[in-house]
Design a protein around this ligand. Structure first.
Ligand code: BGC
Length: 531
């Protein structure tokens, strides 16, 4: 069982896209005071922590993933005082704060980069990755930016190229330089000293690159052709050392943890994710597991079960998984798996042991919103063409049926989904059968039921092709989770005699004793049963 300092090993983390959560000053952009004003809502959902997408000072070329000052808040979101207030108010409600930590690159407006690009002899020159052109003037190698085009930008002032794995406004830091590592460790201490309890480490595998800077072989037929050469350039020979520079700071403070963004283009490869655990300190950190995230067209019990089982059973002793279905880079869950499946997804996610991340708005079943070219904000047009755009999953939270869904009194930075009169928190909170109330019931069970809170995962032989079943076990207490992934009613027999139904995805009497010899599940129905 985990100790109090390992609270994150069985915890629900709620991901907030600060631009879109709640706008307190009515400028159309969400802010920290807005988040603070909605903490009671998150307390009711029983989330253990909130992960804030970047709130640092930034020119916002990549909506905060281009940081120009790691130790300040962007004025659009408020101030450090607003941040301290948010942390204090969150702690009063038993909610911890997790920061996004952008490690691979800064903004090209960061003082470090402005110094670095000023001359070849500047002391910060080596804080970024500068290389000479090839003899014909072309970029130093064939690496491609994950946002399209070459990953190198020529800088006239000093006549060299700098590396940018993402936008040219996001130059890559050079982690080979010990001063960079030390500066980044100090940034972590700055936030941990302010009461932050965890980090979501952005694009973590890229901090150690191929030190030879060789051309990469183009991976034909990869899921994202642009990405392939660059993603191959991660996991360099010093990866373990640089990652441990981050986790060693987590060890200086009790109860701190790190989640690493791992390669989202290896979703099908369970062993890739298991491999992470050999390279990191798995007592306090884990990769974000993109396995179940990738189940879009393949939503079935067998595939889901394989992703979970292979991963869960092979996790090293003491390690923990981080599960999630959606984030700010991909189409909304409801739009990917279909609205009829979102209740089952909620039950699956919130009954698995480990760190579970709920993306804001998924608890309402929010859809991906079609954003017209005029309203589009994201510069990652490449990603947009692959997945239907990142703007569509970043639209304002739907709080009520008031104008702009109660997010703001001002026209928001991205349009609100036209369904907000129906899909909003105020309305769904009153409807006992809403998906929001299912999330709340799952949150309550996770807080009150020791087996769900602390129990280990146990495999169950599949008894029905359409149904994925697993157990949570604590001492002699057991909970069965049964998930019908299909759109038809299924019946099957089991070896168990009877059990108490704690929750069904289809609102019905809980606390009901069920004969488990013969189980009947409705289409898309899930059960949590105490046996
Ligand atoms: C983040 C993206 C961001 C990129 C560059 C990612 O993986 O999730 O939103 O654009 O890193 O920082």
């Amino acid at each position: 069982m985990e100790t109090n300092n390992q609270w994150f090993k069985n915890a629900t983390v709620y991901q907030i896209y600060p631009w879109s959560f709640a706008d307190s000053n009515n400028d159309g952009i969400g802010d920290l005071a807005g988040i603070t004003s909605r903490l009671n809502y998150l307390e009711d959902l029983k989330v253990d922590a909130i992960w804030l997408c970047p709130i640092y000072k930034s020119p916002m070329a990549d909506f905060g993933y281009d940081v120009s000052d790691y130790c300040d808040i962007d004025p659009r979101f408020g101030s450090l005082t607003d941040f301290d207030n948010l942390v204090n108010e969150a702690h009063l409600r038993n909610i911890k704060v997790v920061m996004d930590f952008v490690v691979n690159h800064t903004s090209n407006q960061h003082d470090w980069f402005l110094e670095s690009r000023s001359s070849k002899t500047n002391p910060k020159r080596d804080w970024y990755v500068w290389k000479d052109a090839k003899s014909d003037g072309s970029p130093p190698n064939n690496w491609q930016s994950s946002f399209g085009g070459p990953a190198w930008e020529f800088d006239e002032t000093t006549g060299q190229y700098y590396l940018h794995t993402f936008l040219k406004e996001q130059p890559d830091l050079n982690w080979e330089n010990p001063e960079v590592r030390k500066a980044m460790q100090d940034v972590i201490r700055f936030w941990f000293n302010r009461g932050v309890y965890g980090l979501r480490v952005d694009a973590a595998q890229l901090i150690s690159k191929d030190t030879e800077f060789q051309d990469k072989v183009f991976v034909e037929g990869g899921p994202c052709n642009q990405m392939s050469p660059v993603s191959n350039s991660g996991f360099g020979p010093n990866f373990k050392e640089y990652i441990s520079a981050i986790t060693s700071v987590a060890h200086e403070y009790p109860g701190r943890f790190c989640m690493y963004e791992s390669d989202p283009y290896k979703t099908w490869d369970v062993s890739h994710y298991l491999g992470w655990y050999d390279l990191i300190d798995s007592g306090v950190s884990a990769p974000l597991y993109f396995g179940i995230f990738s189940l879009t067209s393949n939503w079935n019990a067998r595939t889901f079960g394989d992703f979970i089982e292979n991963f869960q059973i092979n996790l090293p002793e003491g390690a923990f998984p981080v599960y999630f279905f959606s984030n700010h880079d991909s189409a909304r869950l409801a739009s990917r798996i279909g609205e009829e499946n979102v209740r089952l997804a909620a039950m699956a996610l919130l009954t698995l042991p480990g760190t579970r991340i709920v993306y804001y708005g998924d608890e309402l079943g929010m859809n991906n919103v079609h954003i017209s070219p005029e309203d589009s904000r994201d510069l990652d047009k490449d990603e947009a063409s692959n997945s239907g755009g990142r703007d569509g999953c970043r639209t304002p939270m739907q709080w009520s049926s008031d104008e702009y869904a109660g997010f703001s009194k001002h026209k928001p930075w991205l349009p609100v989904d036209s369904n907000y009169q129906e899909v909003n928190i105020e309305k769904m909170a009153r409807d006992k059968s809403s998906i929001l109330n299912l999330y709340r019931s799952l949150g309550n069970l996770n807080r009150t039921n020791p087996v769900l809170k602390h129990g280990t995962y146990a495999q169950v032989t599949q008894l029905c092709e359409e149904v994925f079943i697993f157990k949570r076990v604590l001492g002699d207490k057991q909970i069965l989770v049964l998930l019908n992934f299909s759109d038809r009613e299924v019946t099957f027999t089991t070896p168990w005699a009877e059990g108490r139904l704690l929750l069904s995805t289809i609102p019905e009497t809980t606390d009901e004793t069920k004969d488990l010899h013969y189980i009947q599940l409705q289409p898309h129905e899930g059960w949590i049963v105490e046996i």
